[in-house]
Design a protein around this ligand. Structure first.
Ligand code: AHR
Length: 318
């Protein structure tokens, strides 16, 4: 458990009082200001995540300062520095990549502004740089994708992998989990792997290249729905049936992915829940109040077959 120390809490209170009279930060009426540095708008998942955060901030009466990094780490670092200058009460962000955050998070720590990691983790030995991490277990998601394939493989199986953004936690972890599970089955082999940057256009382009250089692809493992949807376009353009001639496994379960699964174009989806807003605001309120929060909050998730997607779609919120 982490605790925002009494000394630090007292400092924030002093800062808040000072800022409340005209600057940023917690105002006289107690309104919390959160600086949120989002990854970008690369996928359906990200759009749903942003909407969830905006809505939850509004519902909680939290003043949200929002920035879109367009999938560039330097933009996110610039946004975090600007939140430090504005003296916000709490900073939350979903890191584009895992490494390279220590310097800017140290600046936030020195300014006594607590940081919450959401969706993606960072790779740092210094866990005092952030209060808590709210997000999915990406390694487990990769394992679930691999498990389905192991259970549904039809003899020798050649897999092509569409990786997420290079250096991003979900790309690293989903690859690791998948490889861990298929390692026990010598019939399953990853014959090509490349990043599609979590976008539909990226997935399509990389899949087109895979199809040009390999005529023996059995399965696509895409690290998100958007890249899987791009792969569907490429497979169709090459005169094949997605979901039949080449089977497709993806991660996310956003609406467009679930519709493709229900239509038989995708064969299996591992859920990654983007609706983190409410939990994030609750954690932020606790952290700013100096209350204890867990170091790690893992999001509950499931998986979907075609039949399960058909049943779930009418009540799906994203
Ligand atoms: O970090 C979550 C991942 O980022 C989602 O799976 C993907 O769609 C997004 O771009």
């Amino acid at each position: 458990m982490k605790r925002f120390t009494t000394v630090t809490a007292a400092l924030v209170l002093v800062t808040a009082t000072a800022c409340g009279s005209g600057g940023s930060g917690e105002t006289d009426d107690g309104t919390i200001t959160m600086g949120f540095a989002q990854v970008g708008a690369e996928s359906g998942w990200r759009t749903a995540n942003t909407e969830s955060i905006r809505q939850a901030a509004e519902d909680a009466g939290i003043d949200l300062q929002f920035s879109d990094a367009q999938q560039k780490q330097e933009n996110q670092i610039r946004a975090i520095r600007s939140y430090i200058q504005q003296d916000v009460d709490v900073i939350a962000f979903s890191p584009v990549v895992e490494t390279g955050w220590d310097a800017v998070l140290l600046e936030a720590q020195r300014a006594d502004i607590p940081v919450i990691l959401t969706d993606r983790a960072i790779d740092s030995d210094d866990t005092s740089l952030y209060e808590t991490f709210l997000g999915s277990d990406f390694v487990e998601e990769g394992r679930k994708a691999g498990q389905w394939l192991v259970e549904n493989a039809e003899g020798e199986t050649n897999v092509v992998e569409l990786q997420g953004t290079t250096g991003a936690a979900p790309a690293i972890d989903r690859k690791e989990g998948f490889e861990e599970v298929i390692a026990g089955n010598p019939d399953i082999e990853i014959i090509a792997t490349q990043t599609g940057d979590f976008t539909r256009a990226g997935g399509k382009e990389v899949m087109e290249a895979f199809l040009r250089s390999h005529d023996d692809i059995d399965v696509v493992y895409a690290h998100n729905d958007d890249m899987g949807l791009g792969a569907i376009e490429a497979i169709r353009a090459a005169g094949m049936e997605p979901g039949e001639d080449i089977r497709i496994i993806t991660v996310d379960a956003v609406e467009a992915g679930m519709q493709a699964l229900a239509a038989g174009e995708i064969n299996f989806i591992v859920e990654c829940n983007p609706l983190l807003g409410e939990q994030l605001m609750e954690l932020a309120e606790k952290v700013v109040a100096g209350e204890e929060v867990p170091e790690r909050v893992v999001v509950e998730e499931t998986t979907f077959t075609q039949e399960e997607a058909e049943a779930a779609l009418p009540d799906r919120r994203y």
